[in-house]
Design a protein around this ligand. Structure first.
Ligand code: NAD
Length: 278
């Protein structure tokens, strides 16, 4: 099974599907990441704030998989934007992960009330120049944040990792990102289990038509859109299920039916609003 890759605006490639470990308990992380790597995942999405980078690192070390076959993302937490904190933070993350360089380092949230996300991203540019991360990007950035970062640093982030699922499709951010060559990483791709996505007819009917599960159907919708996804599970069967999504494609009508699930008024958002999370 080959996981497709996408090319980023800096020329590097990223596996379009990976394994995200938000809320995977630190004590379980080595086991679940080891299982994911055994099953065939090669892209792991973690963050300093998840508290489980050491578990990811232990699984990487045990796996015996060559470093250049793995894609590891971690993120700078909100209280480390100022001064030289980003440099210290990435050093701590690399130590826990047991590697010399991450593939992708993200500013986790813009925290606009502190007005320091441009500085944080400028620091990430330096960290990339120092070889501590290969690519740099942002997360939870709205158009106004992306515009400032690009205008004030002259560097376009490789990705914006944002909440995105059928009832919250963030069309404005996605359109701006596409226009500026920024890849979208969809967090909460399955809606984080916060609403009955899998029971919605647009999803359930397409799933039945293809003999796949609703979760696989939603992931196929993301892949069709060009989103990068890393669904989270701690169960081996679901880890397998979430990877087994490359043998079918949705019809245009099925995609359109899922597109229509977004109420378009923002009410489908499950997580924090980027301007209110400071
Ligand atoms: P998700 O949409 O991946 O939902 C995970 C939940 O969906 C699981 O806990 C489980 O209940 C359910 N699930 C998973 N596979 C299933 C299956 N096959 N069948 C039925 N149910 C299934 O939500 P998430 O974990 O929040 O998002 C994925 C990743 O995105 C995270 O692990 C993390 O890496 C990243 N993330 C980033 C941010 C950010 O601010 N940048 C925020 C949240 C998540």
């Amino acid at each position: 099974m080959t996981i497709p890759t996408l090319t980023l605006n800096d020329g590097f490639t990223i596996p379009q599907l990976g394994y995200g470990v938000f809320k995977v308990p630190p004590a379980d992380t080595e086991r679940t990441v080891s299982e994911a790597l055994e099953i065939g995942y090669r892209h792991i999405d973690t963050a300093a704030i998840y508290g489980n980078e050491a578990g990811v690192g232990a699984a990487i070390a045990k796996s015996g998989i060559a470093r250049d076959e793995l894609y590891i993302t971690t993120k700078l937490w909100n209280d480390r934007h100022d001064g030289d904190e980003p440099g210290k933070a990435i050093a701590e993350s690399l130590e826990k992960l047991g590697i010399d360089q991450v593939d992708l380092y993200l500013v986790h949230w813009p925290t606009p009330a502190h007005d320091n996300y441009v500085h944080a991203f400028a620091k990430l540019i330096e960290l990339r120049e120092q070889g501590l991360t290969r690519s740099i990007g942002v997360s939870n950035f709205l158009v106004e944040h992306l515009e400032r970062v690009v205008a004030e640093t002259g560097v376009t982030p490789a990705v914006d990792q944002i909440e995105l699922h059928p009832t919250y499709q963030q069309r404005e951010v996605v359109a701006w990102a596409v226009e500026h060559g920024i890849r979208i990483e969809a967090w909460g791709p399955l809606g984080q289990g916060k609403y009955d996505l899998f029971g919605m007819p647009a999803v359930a009917d397409a799933a039945a038509a293809h003999g796949k599960t609703p979760a696989q159907t939603v992931l196929a919708w993301h892949l069709h859109k060009g989103n990068i996804v890393f669904p989270k599970s701690v169960h081996t069967e679901r880890l397998r299920e979430n990877l087994d999504v490359f043998d079918f494609t949705l019809t245009d009508a099925e995609v359109a039916a899922i597109d229509a699930l977004d109420p378009l008024d923002g009410s489908g958002r499950g997580g924090s609003h980027p301007n209110e999370f400071n």
